[in-house]
Write a protein that binds this ligand. Structure first.
Ligand SMILES: *Cc1c(COP(=O)(O)O)cnc(C)c1O
Ligand SMILES: [Zn+2]
Length: 481
């Protein structure tokens, strides 16, 4: 393969039902199986052809793309052949998503946690969350459909816990008049920043009393009965884009994932599906030789996947749960759409790497919020779901699931700035009762007012008094001179 050109490899993708195995051509938008209503994953029908190239050749190719400045294979499309080799160069979208930094925790935090750890800062994606990876792929696919079908306009629609809609609205706004974004949000269950984002991008925003799961049902009804493009993770193109997260981690460690554990929060379970699928792809092409351990994390206030895997293998039953208020609000989902994907992928993962290679742990709200604040006190920019990951690591250690020197890679799934309202509640120690969170005083931080209300700092006397107040507060001593 010529490393300086757009890849020549083209293939076909097929939707594969994760419930009954039925297959459907990938050249249209399908969201659920006609036979059994199951969810899909997309499979490259030519995948065997990719095996003709050795693992070492793939590694070289991806590494050369990483070094190159050529436009065209940006972001998730560095891994073009493994993501959507049906798209043409003019379809590919890149708004700065992916290639996010992996930040190793400093000595202090590692000592406190007792484990080597690093955060992958997904909050540094353009709309501030990992959802941009999947959306870049889904919108690139939409652009190819618009181009080949000569559509005038397509309505894109999603239900969201906040970040999906922020991302979808941004990509729709960029793509232009052919894509119109409609988003459905649970009223009062997304942060002010997350509500501002789709509004700022010009989306039509609808609020519904209730929780995410209710919004999802409305959106599914619309997608089944009208010509709209559904952008929830039921849309398998999003899962493909999110696989880039796994590819980047592998590349970051020079394709050696031995002794690594990947922790991810589980909400609708799209991300963990993509991560499992991504690592399995790399393994099957011998791009990596070892699968890393993958640990999903759920809050005790929305934990159906945890409960499923907490039962004896061979005798597990799945039941949706009624969610309770959670600071991991973006993962506050009682009936994850992608659960059947997790089930089939985790089965394959365990088959290849042993039963300890895939785990799901649960953390309570208190530990999630403490962990969020703790991480950021050590120089990170984690959202509450990133804090959930750290809480999950702490729990996993308590349960003895990790070797002492295993490096934990945590997903900081969104930017801390999107979730400041929870930090504020913590610092003011005024969480509503239902969260069951009390602030740990040593982690609390508040601003200190150094002049009385209504006073202006515009006079010299006040400035001296303010300076004195700060000096006293900090216990500073004068250096002389
Ligand atoms: C969507 C989201 C999650 C949950 O991911 P799923 O793919 O739904 O499991 C976690 N954190 C953040 C910040 C999110 O936006
Ligand atoms: Zn089916």
């Amino acid at each position: 393969m010529n490393q300086d050109q757009f890849p020549t490899y083209r293939s076909e993708l097929e939707y594969v039902c994760q419930n009954c195995g039925a297959r459907f051509p990938g050249d249209e938008l399908h969201y659920s199986c006609n036979e059994c209503n199951g969810v899909f994953l997309l499979e490259d029908t030519g995948f065997q052809r990719l095996r003709r190239q050795k693992g070492s050749q793939w590694r070289e190719l991806f590494d050369s793309r990483k070094r190159s400045n050529l436009p065209g294979l940006q972001g998730i499309f560095r891994f073009y052949e493994l993501i959507a080799p049906v798209l043409e160069p003019e379809d590919l979208l890149w708004l700065g998503e992916a290639q996010t930094p992996l930040i190793r925790a400093g000595q202090d935090l590692q000592k406190l946690v007792g484990q080597p750890l690093a955060f992958k800062n997904e909050g540094q994606n353009p709309s501030g969350s990992f959802k941009d990876r999947g959306m870049a792929c889904a919108f690139s696919r939409l652009r190819s459909l618009i181009r080949t079908n000569h559509w005038d306009q397509i309505l894109t629609i999603c239900a969201s816990t906040g970040d999906t809609s922020a991302s979808a609205a941004m990509y729709a706004a960029y793509t232009g008049p052919q894509t119109l974004s409609v988003v459905l949000l649970p009223k009062g269950k997304v942060t002010p920043q997350q509500l501002a984002q789709p509004l700022g991008s010009g989306a039509r925003v609808f609020e519904l009393p209730g929780v995410f799961d209710d919004c999802m049902r409305v959106v599914e009804f619309l997608a089944e009965n009208y010509r709209v493009a559904l952008l929830n993770s039921k849309n398998s193109w999003r899962i493909l884009g999110q696989e880039s997260y796994a590819f980047e981690i592998a590349q970051e460690f020079d394709w050696d994932l031995g002794g690594k554990t990947i922790l991810v929060p589980i909400g609708n379970a799209g991300n963990i599906s993509a991560i499992l699928s991504g690592f399995l792809k790399l393994k099957s092409l011998e791009i990596i030789t070892e699968l890393p351990r993958v640990i999903g994390v759920q809050t005790a206030h929305a934990d159906p996947v945890y409960h499923y895997y907490d039962q004896e293998p061979g005798n597990r039953t799945y039941a949706p749960v009624q969610v309770k208020a959670s600071v991991a609000q973006a993962a506050m989902i009682g009936n994850p759409v992608s659960f059947p994907r997790v089930k089939s992928l985790a089965k394959e993962y365990e088959k290849q790497a042993g039963t300890s290679s895939f785990q799901v742990v649960q953390a309570d709200e208190q530990l999630i919020m403490d962990s969020t604040v703790l991480a950021n006190r050590h120089g990170h920019i984690v959202c509450t779901q990133g804090g959930e990951c750290l809480a999950g690591l702490i729990r996993a250690r308590e349960l003895g699931l990790l070797d002492p020197d295993e490096l934990a890679v945590l997903a900081a799934t969104a930017h801390s700035l999107k979730f400041q309202n929870f930090q504020n509640m913590y610092f003011e120690d005024n969480f509503p009762e239902e969260y069951r969170i009390k602030a740990r005083q040593e982690l609390v931080n508040r601003p200190q007012l150094i002049a009385g209300d209504g006073q202006s700092a515009a006079n010299q006397e006040l400035i001296s008094r303010a300076a004195e107040a700060i000096v006293t507060s900090l216990g500073l001593t004068r250096t002389g001179g």
